[in-house]
Design a protein around this ligand. Structure first.
Ligand code: F6R
Length: 603
């Protein structure tokens, strides 16, 4: 949800900023811009474009801008439409201060009125422009001191980068609510919303916490709290290669990420260890109540996790959308545990719901993919998925990795509580180890799935059905399809179809049925017959060897056999592939679907 980058160092800032913006484009992509302090006359040059980063690149093609310090921004509009005026960076009236911002300034109207009364003129409709004018209005002769003062006046969530012609040897970064990391280079340093933006130049990072301000110079980085106290922070090192943020021969990041799943599932199994999870297992073991909260795809992983935790550890679990959980009258006792699932670890709804629950006395755990993300630092315990960066806006590899982590966590809990035997634990674990090669097998059906996509791409609505532990997979299949192809799709528990949605079924309606050969097979088989009897087009995801389902399906995508609890990790793969192919055949931009952003840092 907006991406920001800042550079100071020996190189020309322009290509570094553009490279970083390309890596951050998944966060927002309706307009973009850069601000650079020119090398010779030390003035701030601002260039912006509506559209994607490539439009900004084309716009800058023949412009010879050179400077060693600058800021860049890719926008996901909150206040004001995507126009050049509303694009960032925003510059103060005298042109001496430039700002990039990710987040929302909640009291901007009040601040704007004060500034208008003082004679400041606004060029944009954004909340961000007030920050630029505030900096100029308050400027004390020291950019860092000014940042302390400005931060006191701002309400809301923000990550801000500031440069000024008054002090062209520094960038100031401010974080509250939205993510901001510092990349540590040699004779150069960076600020960015996310690690991939600067992975080309460094693998050493500092993650700012809320209420921290960074003073970043070419050869030093200092961190302070907003009341001016210096903070010592430990840098962390990432081991990913820059290639994880490249397409590696695939047409889209989403396609690459779907095909990476055998590895990311394997890495997540290997990365999970009983010793690392010991404390959180102890915490949950004694919980009287376990809530799992999340948004979007992570919410669907939570729904599957509920089945596993209840089955293996016999702990009752309540799953809620984070945005709903935050504002309802939840019941929190001293043994309540809240587990938040978030790929990015930055989703505002999930973060703030967890922070509220923590304040009320709950113990908190996060399951995140991004190392150093806000959620991972704000919760009592953290569990990781090991996927490397996910760039495609639609979550794919992180979903299956979340499932793996939740399953392993449920098994650990079950062992600790004595609700499963060691034999069962080992058996399930061994079956899990075979999942990566089974995923490989499904991925090899790409051509078949593309042909099916071709036959159904013109449908205007889809229904997805599943039962029990595969019901959340039906929800996930529907979400994948609608978010990247813009086709209306709904997921339903198959047994619920007859209570309403069956009225929608006619010969034009494709119904995707998640029907592996598990203990609910007979039930969903009957539901499929009900669809067929109403002339619906049935696309089944079924287990290899199930010839019966062919007789009542128009299309069957076979997946390898596994044990009942592990099916969701397999059944979701063909649904991801189907959505991907339908969307690309329709000519949609699957990596950057309209109106969406990878990381939603606003409520
Ligand atoms: C769907 C998708 C979103 C995210 C949701 C939560 O493909 O990617 O629905 O799952 O915005 O994001 P995280 O997991 O980062 O909290």
């Amino acid at each position: 949800m907006c991406g920001i980058i800042g550079y100071i160092g020996k190189r020309n800032a322009v290509p570094v900023l553009l490279y970083g913006l390309q890596r951050l484009e998944y966060r927002g992509y309706d307009s973009a811009g850069i601000a650079v302090i020119e090398k010779t006359d030390k003035k701030i040059i601002v260039e912006k474009q509506v559209g994607k980063i490539k439009d900004l690149q084309e716009h800058l093609w023949n412009k010879k801008i050179e400077g060693h310090i600058g800021l860049g921004h890719t926008r996901w509009a909150t206040h004001g439409e995507p126009t050049i005026e509303n694009a960032h960076p925003h510059t103060s009236q005298k042109g001496t201060i430039s700002i990039v911002h990710n987040g929302i300034i909640e009291n901007y109207l009040e601040l704007k009125k004060e500034l208008l009364d003082k004679g400041y003129r606004f060029k944009s409709e954004t909340d961000t422009e007030v920050i630029a004018h505030l900096f100029e209005d308050i400027y004390t002769g020291d950019l860092l001191d000014t940042a302390f003062e400005v931060a006191k006046k701002l309400k809301g969530a923000y990550a801000i980068g500031v440069i000024s012609t008054y002090e062209p040897d520094r960038i100031v970064g401010i974080k509250k609510g939205s993510p901001l990391i510092i990349g540590l280079g040699k004779d150069e340093n960076f600020i960015a919303s996310d690690i991939p933006a600067v992975l080309e130049y460094t693998k050493d990072f500092i993650a700012l916490d809320d209420g921290e301000i960074a003073l970043v110079k070419r050869d030093s980085v200092e961190i302070f709290t907003t009341d001016g106290k210096k903070v010592e922070k430990n840098p962390f090192h990432v081991t990913w290669d820059v290639s994880v943020a490249e397409k590696a021969g695939y047409k889209h990041f989403m396609q690459k990420e779907i095909h990476e799943q055998p590895r990311t599932i394997g890495d997540t199994i290997t990365g999970f260890s009983s010793s690392k999870t010991k404390n959180m297992v102890d915490t949950v073991k004694n919980a009287d109540r376990l809530y799992i909260i999340a948004c979007g795809t992570s919410y669907h992983a939570a729904l599957v996790g509920k089945f596993w935790i209840e089955k293996f550890a016999k702990i009752p679990v309540e799953v809620d959308y984070a945005s709903e959980y935050r504002y309802r009258d939840r019941i929190i006792g001293k043994n309540t545990v809240v587990l938040g699932i978030s790929q990015s670890g930055e989703t505002a709804d999930t973060r703030f719901a967890l922070l509220d629950a923590k304040k009320e006395g709950a113990k908190t755990i996060s399951l995140v993919n991004v190392v150093g993300s806000s959620l991972s630092r704000e919760t009592d315990h953290v569990l990781y998925t090991y996927c490397g960066p996910e760039i495609g806006v639609a979550a794919t590899k992180t979903f299956t990795a979340q499932l793996v982590s939740l399953l392993l966590f449920a098994l650990e809990l079950g062992m600790k509580k004595g609700t499963i035997s060691f034999r069962d634990y080992e058996y399930i674990h061994n079956q899990l180890l075979q999942i990566p090669s089974k995923v490989e097998n499904i991925l090899s059906k790409d051509d078949q799935i593309k042909e099916i996509a071709h036959r159904y791409m013109s449908a205007s609505d889809f229904l997805f059905l599943g039962r029990n532990i595969n019901y959340p997979i039906a929800l996930e299949g529907a979400l994948k399809l609608k978010e990247i192809s813009y086709i209306h799709a709904e997921g339903y528990p198959a047994g619920e179809m007859k209570h309403g949605p069956i009225a929608l079924i006619d010969e034009k309606m494709p119904v995707v049925c998640v029907a592996p050969k598990d203990r609910f097979y007979e039930k969903i088989f009957s539901n499929i017959q009900e669809v067929k009897a109403r002339k619906g087009k049935v696309l089944s995801v079924a287990t290899e060897g199930d010839s019966q389902i062919k007789q009542i399906s128009d299309e069957v995508i076979y997946i390898p056999q596994t044990i009942d609890p592990l099916y969701p990790i397999l059944t979701v793969i063909p649904l991801q592939m189907l959505s991907y192919h339908i969307a690309t055949l329709l000519g949609k931009d699957v990596d950057q679907p309209r109106n969406l952003a990878k990381t939603v840092t606003v409520e």
